[in-house]
Each structure stands twice: as C-alpha cells, then as structure tokens.
Write a protein that binds this ligand. Structure first.
Ligand code: ARG
Length: 584
C-alpha cells in the first residue's frame, strides 16, 4: 500500500475516534498551498449526517489530528475546512521509504483477468495513422493495468478477412494470371508455389483494387465471390491469402514494434471460425434471434434508450459472416479459452454504437457470464490543422511509417544529438521521435481529438516527450557524476527550500494519478503528472548546485531527490511505452 493511502486510513480512524464515520477517506490536495499541504473537507458532509455544526465537528477532528506529530500547522478555515501540513520528518522518512522501494508509492487494485483488444490493423493494408491511437493507448493501459495488479492478455485482433481479402486476391489475379492459384486444373500443393510479394507492392495493391471495384460492377461481383470462396475455405485462395498474411503481419508488427507495442496474441478475425457454429447455436437457443429478409438479427433496444439503437445483424442472408458475426464468435472463443473477468476494447469512437450492440447481444444471449464486463473505450481522432482527419498532401490516408518519418525529420532538425556517439544517433533520433509522437497522443483526454503538429511535439522546451527525455537523461547523468565522486550513501536527511518540499509532495501524489488514469483508461493524467514533476525538478535543479554542495547531508538529500524523480520518470515513461535514451 502507498504511504499516503496508509496515512489516509489512519486519518479515517482518527475521524472515527472523534465520533464520526467517514468512509473511504481521501486527502484533497490543498487549493491554497499557503494554508497547508492538504485539506480535509469532510466536516461539511458529516454536519448533514450528524446534524451538528461543521465547525464543531472540525474542531473535534482537529483535536485528534493534533496528537499526531506527522501533522503540523493544523487550522480550520471558513465553515469547517481543515488544513494540514505534513511535517518535514514525515516527508523525509516517506521519501526514504519510496527510494528503497517504489512499491511504497503504488496502490494495487484487486487483480482481475482482463483481455484487451487493441491495435486492430487490417491485413494487406498499410498501417496508417488511424491505427496509431488504438496501439498507443491500448499498450499503455495494458502496462498500467499490469503495474497496478491486473492480469492482462492482449490481442491485436487483425482485420484478416472480409472484402479487402477479395480485393487483394482479385488484383493479384489480374497482375499474375498464370499463377497456379488461379488454375482450376492445378493439382499440386498450393503452399509450395513459388510466389512472393513485398509489403510495398501489397500496400499499393489494395488501394488500386479498391478503386477498381468501386468503379466496376463486375469487378465488385468478382471480389464478393472470391471473398465468399475464401471464407468457405477454397484451398487455393486460403494458401495465397496465408502468404499475404504472413508478409503483411511481419510488416505491421515491425511498425508496432517501433512504437513499442507488443501483443500476447497475434490473432485475427478469422481465428474465430472454429467457434462460429457454436456461437450461433448458443445465440439461437436464447430464442432471441429473429429472421429478417433471410438474415438473422437480434433486437438490442432497451426501453430507457433515448438514442437510436438498431438491431444487430448477426449473420447475413448468404450465410457468410459479418464483422459482427466475427466479433461475437471471438467473444465466445475468448470466454472458452481464457474465461476473462473483463474484455476491454480500444477502438475509434466511431465504432461506439456498434460495440454497444455487440455487447448487448452477447449479454442477452448468454455468450458471456452475467458478471463478465465488456467495455468499449473509444478515442478521438488525430486531425490536421483544418480539424479534419489527418491526411497526406494528396488527400490519402497517411501511412504510420511516413508519419513517424515526418516527426523524425523535425527531431533531427531541432535537437542536437552530437552528444551521442555516431553509431547511436539514428537509434536516439528514433527514440526521441517516438517519444514526441506518443506523448502528444496521451496529453489530451482519450476521447478528445487533437491536431498533429510535429513542430510543437518535438519542442525541447514545452510540454513534450523530448523535454521529458532530455530532463530524465540529465538526471541520470547527474547521478552518474555523484557516483563517480565516490558517494555511496544516498538518502534524505533534510529538506531545504520550497522546491524540495514541493517535489516530495508531488511524489506522494503518484498513487492517486495512477489510480485515476486506470479508472478512466486515459493516460492524460500521467502525461500531465510527468510534466509537473519534471518541471518542479528542473526548478529545483536550477536553484541548487547539487554536485558542488559542501554540506554532505544536503548533497545526499538532493541526490536522493534526483534519484527518486529519475526512478519515477523512468517507471512512468516505460508505462506509457516511451523509451529513454542513454544520452541526448
Ligand atoms: N480492424 C478494425 C478496423 O480497422 C478494428 C478492430 C477492432 N476490434 C474488434 N474486435 N472489432 O476498424
């Protein structure tokens, strides 16, 4: 348990001793730091329950608090706000404990088994900017959930079937008609066919095929037919599609890796096929599926709905599967294989209604247990300066690779990495660029849109990834210098100056920030916190000459503060999926 949480529990007891019950007591950081570090506002609420004047209640609570020497400067303001300050001794011992073990500054939750569905890249299409946020946010929430004690299984859930597969195969057929995949007489082993395709060609094939199919009706018919045959398991197409999948997955996961995103499962929509029959059976048994123009639908509307909630089409009239069929069967498969307590989806806001339909259908038909929680966490869009979804100059969707490249250009232009050995420069520039991109993505609340602005994102002075990296690297280099001086004993002995105190108090806020972030599945709180902590550290650093300080105890304390800030920055940046370079 975190030190601050422990203290809160003790205060809760003290309030009880004073004669009142305040459940789940938490400190409120003071809005008037001149009056105290924290304020206790409970007297107001207790006054209503106990029918006593709030000030009288506050006075009784204060009596209890005064017996504890960890609190100083206890005073009552206004109708009954209690201000308290933490004693220097308490802050010092707390900092030492956290330095010893960072777990003293983390509150675990009661761990659950959670499956996370994020990434969602589509096979044979280039990974584009639209998939960036799902990967960034999903990966960071996964790391945070694990840090706070959940068991998490992450799945990329590739879009590996559907019309795009038909389009790509049809285009390959047009370009390479002599391949045995398209020869009905061929009796050999399709998997042994010599044919290879590059990710670059694939990236170009899909848009070409898509335009053709849109413009030409017979082409579209062919695409639909191929898609159907592929789904039904036509060996030639399955073999060709597997080859395409392999090339595409390798290409996509390499880009995911660049943005420090990893999955436990690299499954796709089509992996649910073995579960489809059973899924439909279960759903049928509920008696809730209805026939509609040959398709099977389920009504998911509730009386209290005040916005449209159309029925969900579960399977199409031609027996083929739909996006929804595959999501439902995937839910069944996940329940069967992993039996998670919760499944979290990180997908674009635009799919919010769809997921609500799927979740309701799953609950109504008993695909999941009653207590299983299915949750959708949507996110806003990265836009251009015009407020529209970010595009390339010619108006097409931008590949994630190109987006990273444009940030990297900016990084190299603006940040002097001459400090770094020649052979590490490329890697360092990449780390800074990724930090810039990811940090900017976390700053706005998850559901908000934000503007892509590489110049702003890479600013070394602002609220940016590069600023955090630079500061963190500087902390590290200071620690190394102290170590070179032969100083072994690093711990807190005294606090001096306002920034020392402020830094210690800010460190104690970390558990609250982590908890809040996980609750709302948004990293903005952590991003803001990192900036705040780092800025306070930098003011402290500008004010004090740590390395040349004569007073040994002070030097040790300041070094300890540096180490603690460095440890927290490292932990939180890692949680956000941001790597810190050795030097920059
Ligand atoms: N591939 C989908 C898309 O690009 C996202 C998949 C989201 N996850 C899911 N289980 N449907 O829109």
């Amino acid at each position: 348990m975190s030190i601050i949480k422990e203290l809160e529990k003790e205060v809760e007891e003290k309030i009880k001793k004073a004669g009142y019950k305040s459940e789940n007591f938490v400190f409120t950081p003071s809005s008037r730091p001149d009056l105290g570090d924290y304020q206790i506002n409970d007297a107001m609420a207790l006054a209503k329950v106990y029918q006593e004047p709030p000030r009288a209640i506050a006075e009784k609570i204060v009596k209890e608090l005064e017996m504890d020497n960890r609190f100083t400067n206890i005073n009552i303001a206004g109708p009954g706000f209690i201000n308290i300050t933490l004693s220097d001794e308490f802050l010092i011992s707390s900092m030492n404990k956290i330095l010893e073990d960072i777990n003293n500054n983390i509150d675990r939750v009661s761990g659950k088994k959670i499956m996370m569905d994020y990434g969602g890249a589509n096979i044979a299409k280039t990974l584009h900017v639209g998939h960036l946020r799902s990967a960034n946010i999903g990966e960071a929430v996964k790391r945070l959930a694990r840090l706070l004690g959940h068991e998490v299984i992450s799945d990329v859930h590739f879009g590996d079937i559907g019309r795009q597969s038909g389009m790509v195969i049809s285009e390959i057929k047009e370009r390479y008609p002599h391949l045995p995949y398209f020869d009905e007489e061929y009796r050999g082993n399709y998997d042994k066919i010599e044919f290879s395709i590059t990710p670059e060609e694939l990236g170009e094939i899909y848009p070409t095929a898509s335009i053709k199919a849109k413009e030409d009706e017979t082409k579209m018919e062919e695409v639909i037919e191929i898609t159907k045959e592929l789904e039904e398991g036509k060996a030639a197409y399955v073999s060709l599609w597997n080859k395409i999948k392999e090339v595409s997955i390798e290409d996509i996961t390499a880009v995911y890796k660049r943005i420090n995103t990893e999955f436990d499962l690299l499954e796709g929509e089509s992996d649910c096929y073995p579960y489809i029959k059973e899924t439909i059976n279960i759903m049928e048994k509920s008696g809730l599926l209805e026939e509609s123009e040959g398709a099977k639908i389920i009504n998911v509307k509730r009386e209290e709905d005040n916005s449209p909630m159309p029925p969900l089409v579960v399977i199409k009239s031609n027996d083929g599967t739909l996006y929804a069929t595959r999501d439902l069967a995937t839910i069944h498969s996940r329940m069967e294989r992993f039996s998670p307590d919760e499944i979290w989806y990180f997908v674009d806001n635009r799919q919010a209604l769809y997921f609500e339909q799927v979740f309701r259908a799953s609950m109504l038909t008993g695909l999941v247990k009653e207590e299983t929680k299915l949750e959708f966490f949507g996110f806003g869009t990265m836009t251009g300066k015009d407020g529209r979804p970010f595009k390339t100059r010619d108006g097409s969707v931008m590949a994630l690779k190109d987006l990273i490249a444009s940030i990297k250009d900016e990084t190299l232009k603006r940040i002097n990495i001459d400090m770094v050995e020649e052979e590490k420069r490329e890697e360092t520039a990449e780390m800074i660029a990724i930090a810039a991109l990811k940090y900017a993505d976390f700053l706005p609340f998850r559901t908000k849109d934000y503007v892509f602005d590489p110049v702003k994102f890479t600013d070394l002075e602002g609220k940016t990834g590069p600023y955090l990296l630079y500061s963190t690297v500087r902390m590290k280099s200071l620690l190394e210098k102290v170590e070179k001086d032969g100083i072994k004993e690093i711990s807190f002995h005294k606090l001096k100056g306002t920034n020392d105190r402020l830094l210690a108090l800010t460190i104690l806020k970390m558990p609250m920030v982590l908890k809040k972030s996980l609750e709302v599945k948004s990293l903005n709180e952590i991003a803001e916190y990192l900036y705040k902590l780092t800025s306070i550290y930098n003011s402290f650093y500008a004010e004090n000459k740590v390395l040349t300080e004569e007073d040994k105890q002070l030097k040790s304390s300041w070094t300890a503060l540096t180490k603690l800030t460095f440890n927290i920055n490292s932990l939180l940046l890692k949680t956000l999926g941001i790597k810190v370079p050795e030097k920059m």
